[in-house]
Unconditional design. Structure first.
Length: 304
C-alpha cells in the first residue's frame, strides 16, 4: 500500500465524524437546486483557433494549436458509484458523445467520482492517452487503460509538442472509506506555441498559487472552481469560494479565467445558481472587470 499524500499547507482535516456533524447536527441548509442553469445551444459551425468548451462541472474540452484535450471528463448521469437522486446530473453535458472530437490526451486532477468517472473513461477510445497524478496508474491498468502516465507535483514532460506540467492543489483523494490520500491530487499547466492554459482542478485556497504564478505566469487562460463551498466550516480546506477563486486568478497571473465546478451536480449547501452571483461581487470588490473572469454557459466555447 503506498504512503499517504499530504498537502503543502497544514489545514483542518475532516473525517467521517465531521461529515455526520454537517449532515445530522449542523444547521446547514439542505442541498438546494434553486435557480435555472443556462445551457448554450451549440452553433453547428466549428470553432476556429484556440478555445475551451465547458462540458459541465469541471469537465472541459481544450483545442490548442491543433491538439485536442479533455479535463476531468464526466458525461455520465450520476457522479457516484450508486444511482441516488442527490448525485444526479441536473443539466445535460455541453458536448455529447456523438459530437465529441477525437482527443489526444485526457487530464485527470484526482480520483473523486465527480472528476474521475469510470463509465466515461471506458467509453473513450482504447488508444486514448491519460495524464494522471501519482498513484492512479494502478486504477487505470485495472480497467484496461495502459497508456496512463503518472506525474508528481512540479513534474513536466513534452507530449505532442505540448509542454505538460503537474502542479499542486489543496485537496484530498478517496474512492472508498479505506483509501484516503493514497493517490495524489493536482492541477495542470498546458503550454503550446507560446500559449499557457492552467486547470486548477479541485482545491481549497493556499499560498501555492502564488508559487505557481511565479513559476509559470503569466497564464493566458485559467480554469478555476467557484462552487461547492458551503457550509464554509467544512468546505473551506478543500473548496474555494468565489472570493478565493478571484484571488487564485490574481495569484497565478491569469490574463483571463473561466469558472467551473458549479451548475451541474448539487453537492453542497449553497443554491446551485449562487456561485456566479458571488463571483461578480468578488470581481467588483477586487476592482476587476467581469470579462477578466467569465462564466460560460454549459456547452459554450471561450476563445483563448
Amino acid at each position: 500500500m503506498p504512503s499517504r499524500f499530504k498537502n503543502l499547507t497544514q489545514h483542518d482535516e475532516h473525517g467521517f465524524i465531521q461529515v455526520l456533524r454537517w449532515k445530522l447536527l449542523g444547521k446547514s441548509r439542505p442541498f438546494s437546486e434553486s435557480g435555472p442553469i443556462e445551457v448554450h445551444r451549440r452553433d453547428p459551425r466549428p470553432v476556429r483557433g484556440n478555445y475551451i468548451t465547458w462540458i459541465g462541472h469541471s469537465s472541459f474540452f481544450l483545442s490548442l494549436n491543433g491538439r485536442k484535450f479533455l479535463f476531468d471528463p464526466i458525461l455520465s448521469d450520476y457522479c457516484a458509484p450508486i444511482k441516488l437522486s442527490r448525485f444526479l446530473r441536473k443539466v445535460p453535458p455541453g458536448i455529447n458523445w456523438a459530437s465529441l472530437p477525437a482527443v489526444d490526451v485526457v487530464f485527470i486532477s484526482h480520483n473523486h467520482y465527480d472528476h474521475l468517472d469510470k463509465p466515461t473513461i471506458l467509453r473513450l477510445p482504447a488508444e486514448t492517452r491519460f495524464a494522471i497524478p501519482r498513484g492512479l496508474g494502478q486504477w487505470f491498468r485495472k480497467i484496461g487503460r495502459e497508456d496512463a502516465r503518472e506525474f508528481d507535483w512540479w513534474n513536466s514532460a513534452d507530449v505532442f509538442e505540448t509542454r505538460v506540467s503537474c502542479v499542486p492543489a489543496q485537496h484530498f483523494s478517496s474512492r472508498t472509506l479505506w483509501d484516503r490520500n493514497r493517490t495524489l491530487w493536482c492541477g495542470w499547466i498546458i503550454e503550446s506555441g507560446g500559449t499557457k492554459v492552467y486547470f486548477a482542478g479541485d482545491t481549497g485556497y493556499c499560498p501555492v498559487f502564488s508559487e505557481i504564478g511565479k513559476r509559470y505566469g503569466p497564464i493566458d487562460l485559467a480554469i478555476i472552481p467557484i462552487g461547492a463551498y458551503e457550509p464554509r466550516w467544512f468546505m473551506k480546506p478543500m473548496h474555494v469560494n468565489p472570493d478565493e477563486a478571484v484571488q487564485i486568478h490574481v495569484d497565478v497571473g491569469a490574463r483571463k479565467s473561466v469558472a467551473c465546478h458549479w451548475g451541474t451536480f448539487c453537492l453542497t449547501d449553497e443554491p446551485m445558481s449562487e456561485p456566479p452571483v458571488r463571483l461578480r461581487a468578488a470581481l467588483k470588490n477586487a476592482g476587476l472587470r467581469e470579462d477578466e473572469f467569465v462564466v460560460p454557459r454549459i456547452g459554450e466555447s471561450v476563445l483563448i
